[in-house]
Design a protein around this ligand. Structure first.
Ligand code: UD1
Length: 418
């Protein structure tokens, strides 16, 4: 087990280039088995979720080559329609394999997916959508067995704009017979990236980024070389860290409009933000004021994946902030850890009331999930004195070289065993 030791109270200063978005890369990897030809994905982030997805691909029979920061996937010899349960438990995004494995093998067997423990995270919308495309689904002994001799395009109206369900349905529809229309589709930028990637392979998809996606099934897809979009959540994490600690940061590699909701709040907090092309410049004196209310929403609303990091900022902002988490049920586990550092937080159901305190002090805290873990690191960077952050494997799931990038910004952070 590894941990971070952090000496807080240091302002941050420097430049960051965002890694490719975790939430874009994972569905692209699942999509790579939709063709027999080689798929090359550039700028792959070195994070555990990506490594686990590559392991799943290799267990279903794909050959994976790593060339510098690229992954080359050759699925011409892929044989298995079974997604290994051991890896499914590690990674929620293994569920995307359902749509692509069905397209490739006309059947799929998968156990219920794992991932961050932040709520119930059902997959009923995924399954209902697949059924509309002609998939027969039987749930037995903890496994989901899917079969479709023919995938046939259909009209799907999602009860909720689920990111994963939208992506899974697109993956199952891309080579289906006829046209699929997904209404109330999720609008996240990573869905546009999936559309661009699949279209570059010969698919006919339009509408991603809006509420209705139209997929015209094609007979075959070909190989592709592709660079995914930058990680808006990673970029947002460094912006929040600098806003909280004070300092100056230049973030490159994300479309500023993809994190507009966060930038809007940070401006209200008192940060100076300036945008030039794909560069975001933020300056903060570290003495922020609270905004009254932050509610997480599907894109373009405030992202649930930035809620915990933003809560860390609120802990020392003047005044009170009410955070309402509308997507996941148990996304405040980090609050008890922040309280050990002197934060004043009251959590009730989906709301957290954070009253800003003058200062946080160092403590030993434990990461319980990916973004909650990043939030603890931000709080420790701000706190006076030394902190330990335990169980940082959660953070390794989504941030490549987290401590390296923070060190380059001047943070006093190191990774140690034990
Ligand atoms: C994706 C992201 C995750 C992000 C989330 C919301 C990836 C790999 N992960 O997760 O980082 O936090 O979007 O932006 O892209 N729901 C159902 N039934 C379903 C599916 C979802 O009720 O079948 C509910 C969920 O419980 C949740 C809400 O819909 O309350 C949103 O979930 P969804 O958009 O599906 O998130 P994920 O795709 O799991």
């Amino acid at each position: 087990m590894e941990k971070y030791i952090i000496d807080g109270g240091v302002k941050l200063k420097g430049k960051i280039r965002a890694q490719s978005a975790k939430n874009a890369v994972l569905p692209l990897l699942a999509a790579s088995i939709l063709t027999d030809e080689q798929v090359k994905i550039r700028n792959m982030p070195v994070i555990n979720d990506v490594e686990n997805m590559l392991r799943i691909l290799s267990e279903v029979g794909c050959k994976i080559k790593r060339q510098k920061d690229c992954a080359v996937i050759d699925s011409s010899n892929a044989v298995s329609h079974e997604i290994p349960a051991r890896l499914t438990k590690e990674l929620r995004s293994s569920v995307f394999m359902l749509g692509s494995v069905l397209t490739r093998f006309h059947r799929a067997k998968i156990s219920y997916p794992g991932g961050c423990d932040i709520g119930l995270r059902p997959i009923d919308l995924h399954l209902a959508g697949l059924k509309r495309l002609g998939v027969k689904i039987v749930e037995k002994d903890g496994y989901i067995h899917c079969e479709a001799d023919r995938l046939i395009g259909g009209e799907i109206l999602l009860d909720f704009p689920s990111v994963g369900a939208t992506e899974n349905i697109v993956l199952a529809a891309v080579r289906a017979e006829g046209i699929t229309v997904i209404r109330n589709a999720a609008k996240e930028p990573e869905i546009i990236d999936l559309q661009n990637f699949l279209n570059a392979m010969g698919a006919k998809i339009r509408g991603a980024g809006g509420g209705t996606i139209v997929v015209e099934g094609v007979r075959r897809l070909h190989g592709v070389e592709y660079t995914p979009i930058g990680d808006r959540i990673e970029a947002g994490t460094y912006l929040i860290a600098t806003a909280t600690c004070g300092g100056e940061i230049e973030v490159q590699g994300v479309f500023p409009e993809n994190i507009a909701a966060l930038l809007h709040k940070l401006r209200e907090n008192g940060c100076k933000i300036h945008i030039k092309n794909d560069k975001i410049y933020l300056t903060s004196d570290g003495n922020l004021k609270s905004v009254n209310l932050v509610e997480t929403m599907p894109f373009p609303g405030f992202p649930t994946d930035m809620q915990a990091q933003y809560a860390a900022l609120c802990c020392t902002a003047r005044g009170s902030t009410l955070i309402v988490e509308n997507l996941f049920e148990t996304r405040y586990r980090y609050a008890a850890e922040l309280k050990k550092m002197g934060a004043d937080i009251t959590v009730r159901d989906r709301s957290a009331l954070i009253r800003g305190v003058e200062r946080l002090h160092g403590a030993c805290v434990t990461a319980g999930d990916l973004r909650g873990g990043a939030a603890l690191v931000i709080a420790c960077l701000k706190a006076e004195g030394r902190s330990n952050v335990m169980d940082i494997s959660h953070i390794d799931r989504g941030y490549a070289d987290f401590e390296g990038k923070l060190k380059r910004l001047g943070a006093k952070i190191r990774r140690v065993k034990g």
